[in-house]
Ligand binder design. Structure first.
Ligand code: FMN
Length: 369
C-alpha cells in the first residue's frame, strides 16, 4: 500500500450515520459576503461552498439564530424563509458535489454593537463590557456595556436556537454545530468574569453551563442522533475573556454532560500559546485533554498541517481535523494534501469582507497552483 493510501486523513468516517469521504473538515469561517439587507446567502455563497465540497465535512460560517444575535456585518442568518431558501441552494450544490455540510449556529451576545439594534444595547449574561470589537457598517467599533438578559430573554434565545436548527433542517443541512467557541454569547455564559448572574444561569459551574446544555438538549430532542455538534475553545484569552480558576471545572462539567447526549461531534480548539503559570495550564494539549473526557467523535482544530493532522488521527487523539485558513486559498485542499501539492496563501484583507475576490477566485491546483 502506498503511503498516501495508508494515510488515515483520507479514510472515510461515519459521522452520526453519514459516511464522510475523508477526515478533513472545513472549519467554520465568517466571511462577510451576505451583502444584502435580509442577510441572505447568495449565488456567491453557493459557489464558495460548492468549490470546497471535497472536504469530508463543511462547517459553515457562524450563522445568526435571530436578529438580536447579530454582531458583525454581512453575516447570514437562519431565521427567515428567504435565508432558508438561500441556504437550500448552498446545501443542494454541496450535496450534488458529494459533500456533507453542517450549519454553525451563533449569537454574538455582548460582542456586538448598538448600531445593530437601533441604539439599544446588545444582550449578555451580565452587564459587563467584554472589551472587544464589533465589525459594524462603519468599521470596527469598541463593544459597550451590554444589557443583562432576563429569564425571558434566555428562554427566547434557546427557542431561537431551536427554530434556527429547524430552519437548517428545512434548508437541507446534514446537521448543525452550536458555536460555543471564541467569544460569542455561549462562552460569555461559561466565563466567570463575564457571567456574574445570581440566578440559575450563573454562579456555580452547573449554572454557567446551563444555557449551553439547554440549547443542546433542545436541538438533539428535535433532530435524530448524530446531527448536532458543538465547538469549544476553553483557553481563549482576548479582551475581557481570560481563563480563570473556574474554567477547567466548567468545561469538565460541560463535556461530562455532553456525553449524555447523542451528539455528532465535539470540535476542540487547541491552545497554541504557552499556558504555563495560567489557571488553565492543564489544558495545554487541549485536544488530548478533552479526548480523554469526551466519548463521541472529536474534531481537532487550530494550526494543523498534513503531517500534524495525520499524526492526530493516527495516534487516536482526534477522529477528524478541521482546517480554517488553508481552505480559504485552497478550495481543493483535500486533493492538495493527498497529492502533496503546494498550498496557496490567502489574502487576509479579504477574510471578513468584500466580494468574489479572495472568496471564490482561488484556482484549483489542476488549473495552476
Ligand atoms: C476568516 C476567519 C473567520 C472565522 N470565523 C469563525 C466562525 O464564524 N466561527 C468559528 O467557530 N470560528 C471561526 N474562525 C476560527 C476558525 O474556525 C479556526 O478555529 C481557526 O481559523 C484556526 O484554524 P486554522 O489554524 O486551521 O486556520 C474563523 C477564522 C478565520 C480565519
Amino acid at each position: 500500500m502506498s503511503q498516501t493510501a495508508a494515510n488515515p486523513l483520507f479514510s472515510s468516517f461515519d459521522l452520526g450515520g453519514r459516511m464522510l469521504t475523508n477526515r478533513i473538515v472545513m472549519a467554520p469561517m465568517t466571511r462577510g459576503r451576505a451583502r444584502n439587507a435580509g442577510l441572505v446567502p447568495t449565488d456567491l455563497h453557493v459557489e464558495y461552498y460548492r468549490q470546497r465540497a471535497s472536504a469530508g465535512l463543511i462547517l459553515t460560517e457562524a450563522t445568526w439564530v435571530s436578529p438580536e444575535g447579530i454582531g458583525f456585518i454581512n453575516v447570514p442568518g437562519l431565521f427567515t424563509p428567504e435565508q432558508v431558501a438561500g441556504w437550500r441552494a448552498v446545501t443542494d450544490a454541496v450535496h450534488a458535489a458529494g459533500g456533507t455540510i453542517f450549519a454553525q449556529l451563533a449569537h454574538s451576545g455582548s460582542v456586538s454593537h448598538p448600531d445593530f439594534f437601533s441604539g439599544e444595547q446588545p444582550l449578555a449574561p451580565s452587564a459587563i463590557n467584554p472589551r472587544l470589537r464589533s465589525f459594524t457598517a462603519e468599521g470596527f467599533k469598541a463593544t459597550v456595556t451590554p444589557r443583562a438578559m432576563s429569564k425571558d430573554d434566555i428562554t427566547r434565545t434557546i427557542d431561537a436556537y431551536r427554530a434556527a436548527a429547524r430552519n437548517a433542517r428545512s434548508a437541507g443541512f446534514d446537521g448543525v454545530e452550536v458555536h460555543a467557541g471564541t467569544f460569542y454569547l455561549l462562552p460569555q455564559f461559561l466565563n466567570s468574569v463575564l457571567n456574574i448572574r445570581d440566578d440559575a444561569y450563573g454562579g456555580s459551574v452547573e449554572n454557567r453551563a446551563r444555557i449551553v446544555l439547554e440549547i443542546m438538549e433542545a436541538l438533539v430532542g428535535d433532530w435524530s442522533p448524530g446531527r448536532v455538534g458543538v465547538k469549544i475553545s476553553p483557553t481563549m484569552a482576548m479582551g475581557g475573556f481570560a481563563p480563570t480558576g473556574k474554567t477547567i471545572a466548567t468545561y469538565d462539567y460541560l463535556v461530562a454532560r455532553l456525553n449524555d447526549l447523542p451528539l455528532s461531534h465535539l470540535q476542540v480548539v487547541q491552545a497554541l500559546n504557552d499556558l504555563a503559570g495560567t489557571p488553565v495550564a492543564a489544558l495545554q494539549d487541549t485536544i488530548r485533554y478533552f479526548r480523554q473526557r469526551f466519548e463521541g467523535a472529536l474534531i481537532a482544530n487550530f494550526g494543523f498541517d498534513k503531517a500534524s493532522a495525520s499524526r492526530a488521527i493516527e495516534s487516536g487523539h482526534a477522529d477528524l481535523v478541521s482546517f480554517g485558513k488553508a481552505f480559504i486559498g485552497n478550495p481543493d485542499l483535500v486533493k492538495r494534501l493527498r497529492e502533496d501539492l503546494p498550498l496557496r496563501e490567502s489574502a487576509p484583507e479579504t477574510y471578513y469582507q468584500g466580494d468574489a475576490r479572495g472568496y471564490t477566485d482561488y484556482p484549483e491546483a489542476a488549473r495552476g497552483s
